[in-house]
Design a protein around this ligand. Sequence first.
Ligand code: PFF
Length: 446
Amino acid sequence: MPKQPRTLESKDQFSSSGFILAAIGSAVGLGNMWKFPYITGMYGGAAFFLLFIVCLVAIGLPVLLAELTIGRGGRGSAASSFVKVGGNRAWGGMGMLSVIGAFMIMSFYAIIAGWTLYYAVRAFSGKLFTNPDYTGQFASFTSGYSPILWQVVVLALTAWIVARGVSGGIEKFNKVLIPGLLLLLVILMIRALTLPGAMDGVSFFLKPDFSKLTAESALVALGHAFFSLSLGMGAMLTYGSYVQKEQSLGSATLAIGGGDLLYALIAGLIIFPTTFSFGIDNAQGPGLVFMALPAAFSAMPFGSLFGGLFFILLAIAALTSTVSLLEVPVAYAMERLQWGRTRSVLLITAGCFLLGIPSALSFGAAPGLNFGGKAFFDWMDFLASNVLLPLGGLIVTLFAGYFWKSVGDEAGLSARWFRLWLFMLRYVAPVLVLFVFLHSAGIIKF
Ligand code: PFF
């Protein structure tokens, strides 16, 4: 008898609150706490934050709802859900892009997550603060071999959680960590807001000066809304396939968007009061939290405690996202290749590890890993975040907006909301996403 394809119908599902927390866990990650502060510092402070909120609400939420709807409608992996609801095999190839994209993001995202774990251990032990040359410390750590070790720790933890399944692993883990994360963040926020001169940081973050915005800021804000909501990589689509039929996807979308925004707001209210209080330059790019914040923590009472808390929090946020990234290719392998969950997890994690090695070493350990002026890591990031992610987003909007005729039945919105959603999906989101794509792929410049 031919083997029956494994469908996700019989698979375990999220409970209603478990799904919301897991999806918030996917959305909230290094994007909120590492990337968002430094791009806000570089692209216009409060005005940029406002723009990010507009993009999140106007474009991000409609696309998020579309991903969840396709996932629940198809009940399959990121590739097969398209085929199942669209009835055309060609869409499966499109979905494959997100499976590959998620795999690639996972390979380098786990490296940064590993850095944060290392920094957490160094901060708690006080070692981080014994040498005030934080730039030098960062450079010597990232240009050595030990990031590979820390990447393995992150991958192993992620694999362990994903191997335990959807309700027994992913859901359980997020249910504990996401509320815990909020508690730790609030403690740190109170600490930051009570530093001398903190209010200057608050106004930088919350009092918009629109003259600081450029066309580039708008595109970065939109691109980040996608990254921050985990869109275009099949993660929300895959999580959507584990959602019960009774759950309202409209309210879930609002809760996930609200959660993502809340964590970004709190992250900003930690970083900017701290940098302003200690006179640290906000516009210094990706090294901001690793090079600048230790200086601030070292000058605070209980600095190693707060510093350790901050980095452990980054690591937790990153883990709840790596879990969702790993689930995308795992769901695909289970369905398409008929592998068991444990086998899929082990083989795919091993693949991520191998692909991650050149990224981890491209910060200096292996100078040959630079091509065309970009390190291997940057190439991975560029291809996944700037090419595959907007492309995946575009496919989702076009698919849900034009192709899938009965999309409304699965989404279950009221007639008014449905019209608005369809309008955004058909006319607004694709055009703007196309701009982001052309800009971030370097095809158009401002
Ligand atoms: N949303 C995550 C963050 O902000 O860190 C990153 C991410 C996770 C992107 C999962 C894409 C994805 F599929």
